[in-house]
Design a protein around this ligand. Structure first.
Ligand SMILES: [Zn+2]
Length: 72
């Protein structure tokens, strides 16, 4: 009985967390050397040491360009 209650409370908490996230906040890996931003899963992300994780919006504001391989 108690376990069921805890489970319900947890899933409700997770739902409201997801809903509170703004849609535009898409994380990308931004290369501070070249100004190119990548998807976090892009294979080029692992190769570079100058990657920072920021919002796609911020990367564009910095004058960043989308990666040709992953599309940013
Ligand atoms: Zn890429």
């Amino acid at each position: 009985m108690l376990k069921k209650l805890v489970k319900t409370t947890l899933s409700v908490g997770l739902c409201s967390m997801v809903l509170s996230l703004p849609i535009s906040a898409e994380p990308v890996m931004y290369n501070t050397n070249t100004g190119v931003y990548h998807k976090t899963t892009c294979r080029y992300v692992k190769r570079s040491k100058s990657m920072i994780k920021i919002d796609k919006k911020q990367a564009v504001q910095k004058g960043g360009r989308a990666c040709k391989v992953c599309g940013g």
